[in-house]
Design a protein around this ligand. Structure first.
Ligand code: NAP
Length: 284
């Protein structure tokens, strides 16, 4: 029974806005933590058409939501719709986590880059962004957040290659620092001397062709990360593993990006455990 003086425990409401959204693993992920930490509440999928994003966001305070996550295609658009975005969201050009303030203001942040770095640190304790050049393939929303996070974590050189070179140049120009854009045709050569390679394109996802890159020039000591998580063992990771490289799949990024959202919404840093991973990959 609730303590009479403290009143009933609060009911926490949060969710994820996307279009489509029913495939999202986030409700299962957050539901696991609600049960594990005995927090009263619900985390719901919210299927929101892009043209209704603003009115959906504006409804959150009246509906009593603590906040929400944003997924495809809303992350970039939201930056211009929220009352405020922090420095990480501004530099990443996207917001995946919205918090409803006590005054009803909507504040956005980007936790994708944090999630990516934490997934590497969890898989390889002692991993450092300063270990050597990083090759980042892709220049979409996820690549942008990862580039900002790698820079902030001390990367000394980021070699950026994207199918549409202009997008890579735009990304390199807007975040500054030791980030250089290269031709897509040069992606194999860029691997020479690299300490980290990241696939931040959609290639290798179920239904998409594998990422087409020749790993020949890549040192055996390099770490290969793929942020695609359906499937977890992408053709890129299988090829890297077969030649002796260490690999990190994309599920960890998805799990760890959710932790800072809980910190601001609920005041807890939830744990990413093998049980949670197993529950998510057994999702129907
Ligand atoms: P996005 O903004 O749409 O960017 C897609 C990227 O893929 C662009 O760089 C695009 O290049 C590239 N691309 C698409 N088709 C290609 C092809 N045929 N050959 C080479 N490159 C191609 O998407 P995003 O949000 O950045 O997401 C990218 C991937 O990361 C998706 O698979 C997504 O599911 C995954 N992701 C995972 C997490 C996680 O938590 N693990 C989080 C976010 C995203 P162009 O610029 O030339 O079109």
């Amino acid at each position: 029974m609730a303590d009479a003086e403290a009143g009933p425990r609060p009911y926490i409401l949060a969710g994820v806005m996307g279009w489509p959204v029913m495939h999202s693993l986030s409700p299962r992920l957050h539901g696991h933590w609600f049960a594990r930490y005995d927090v009263r509440g619900a985390y719901v999928p919210l299927e929101i058409r892009p043209e209704r994003l603003e009115s959906a966001l504006r409804a959150l305070p009246a509906l009593g939501f603590r906040g929400c996550n944003l997924t495809i295609p809303h992350k970039m658009m939201a930056v211009d719709l929220l009352d405020d975005v922090d420095e990480t969201a501004r530099r990443s050009g996207s917001a995946n986590c919205v918090t409803v303030g006590a005054d009803g203001r909507l504040v956005g942040t980007s936790t994708d880059g944090f999630g990516f770095l934490e997934s590497l640190r969890a898989a390889l304790p002692g991993w450092s962004a300063a270990a050597g050049p990083a090759v980042l393939l892709g220049a979409g929303g996820a690549a942008r957040a990862i580039a900002v996070a790698l820079l902030d974590a001390g990367a000394s050189e980021i070699r950026l290659s994207n199918r549409t070179r202009a997008r890579a140049e735009d990304l390199a120009g807007s975040i500054g620092g030791p980030v250089r854009a290269h031709d897509w045709a040069a992606r194999g050569d860029l691997l020479d001397g690299a300490a980290l390679v990241v696939n931040a394109t959609s290639q290798g996802m179920a239904g998409q062709p594998p990422l087409d890159v020749d790993l020949g020039p890549l040192p055996a000591s390099a770490l290969v990360a793929d942020i695609v998580y359906t499937p977890r063992d992408t053709p890129l990771l299988r090829a890297a593993q077969a030649r002796g490289n260490r690999v990190v799949d994309g599920l960890g990024m998805l799990l760890h990006q959710a932790r800072p959202c809980w910190q601001v919404w609920i005041g807890l840093d939830p744990e990413v455990t093998p049980e949670l991973e197993a529950e998510l990959i057994s999702s129907p």
